[in-house]
Design a protein around this ligand. Structure first.
Ligand SMILES: NC(=O)c1ccc[n+]([C@@H]2O[C@H](COP(=O)([O-])OP(=O)(O)OC[C@H]3O[C@@H](n4cnc5c(N)ncnc54)[C@H](OP(=O)(O)O)[C@@H]3O)[C@@H](O)[C@H]2O)c1
Length: 265
């Protein structure tokens, strides 16, 4: 653990190495660079070009032998490469945590292992405020848990201990709430584009749909022709859709909504 001279006394600082140079690695590097109790001591990546972006935040390295000692190693790489990249850390004592919602903690082979999963969607170049983002942490040793907890608390006000079983369910829920919804936004955008309608016209509707479930359950907030059992409108929509895949998605989702609400109609 590093010590830092601060306001007339020494305080403990957590040293951290990030492995990976992708979407999440960039956001974590920015977040850790701005907080006092954390020292981002290195960013490791296999591609020196990708590493250039990180040079303003920390020393960088692309050779596994050059990875330095640290209290924590955050492995922010593609889920399929977590094991391979974590094996570069087999001689390190610090806690090694991956950032995946879907992978179990035990995919990591070391004794001092954990998970540091931020529940948010991250894209390079689109800045986010980490403070309100929940971070789910898990560790198999108390020492690792204390470090990951302090690290998470240094950037977020919402730190949740969560085991791998629950986290995978949370990740599944997140796929429905975010990935699938975003795919549907994409279909909306394509329909607008095909008909020379500005997609922007849907923005207040999209924002209100997300805002109202802060005070209502999504079950209570549902509206639309399929909830109302308005078959005439649904048939009209289907006649407007020329793309077979969009037709299937429209029919599948309408049936799902209809069967959920028809007993209540
Ligand atoms: N993005 C999100 O919204 C989000 C949210 C929560 C959690 N996560 C989790 O965070 C992790 C990273 O996601 P991401 O979105 O940041 O991914 P990403 O943007 O696709 O970046 C993946 C990174 O992994 C590196 N990588 C892959 N295989 C490697 C290997 N064998 N050796 C060294 N580096 C390797 C890639 O390096 P190259 O560029 O050299 O290929 C790249 O830097 C994943 O576990 C994901 O589930 C992501």
């Amino acid at each position: 653990m590093l010590l830092k001279w601060h306001n007339g006394y020494f305080c403990a600082m957590l040293s951290v190495v990030i492995l990976g140079t992708g979407n999440l690695a960039q956001h974590l590097a920015e977040a850790f660079s701005g907080v006092d109790p954390v020292s981002l001591v290195q960013v490791f990546g296999r591609d020196p070009v990708q590493l250039q972006w990180f040079e303003n935040h920390a020393p960088t390295c692309s050779k596994p032998d050059d990875i330095v000692e640290a209290d924590a190693y955050i492995v922010a790489v593609s889920d399929t490469s977590i094991l391979e990249v974590s094996q570069l850390l087999s001689d390190k004592n610090g806690v090694v945590a991956h950032t995946s919602g879907a992978a179990t903690m035990d995919v990591l082979p070391m004794a001092n292992r954990g998970v540091f999963y931020p529940v948010q969607t991250f894209t390079k170049g689109k800045s986010v405020d980490f403070h309100p983002i929940p971070i789910c942490i898990e560790a198999n040793l108390d020492s690792g848990r204390i470090i990951l907890n302090s690290l998470a608390k240094s950037i977020s006000s919402k730190v949740h201990p969560m085991d791998s079983k629950q986290r995978r369910q949370l990740h599944l829920a997140a796929v429905f709430a975010n990935n699938f919804t975003n795919h549907l936004y994409g279909i909306s955008e394509e329909i607008c584009n095909r008909n020379q309608i500005p997609f922007d016209l849907l923005m207040p509707l999209i924002e209100e749909t997300a805002a109202k479930i802060k005070s209502l359950s999504p079950t209570e907030a549902q509206t639309g022709p399929s909830k109302r059992g308005d078959q005439k409108s649904m048939d009209q929509h289907l006649s407007l859709i020329t793309n077979n895949r969009e037709k299937e998605i429209y029919t599948f989702l309408s049936d799902a909504i209809k069967s959920k609400y028809e007993k209540k109609l």
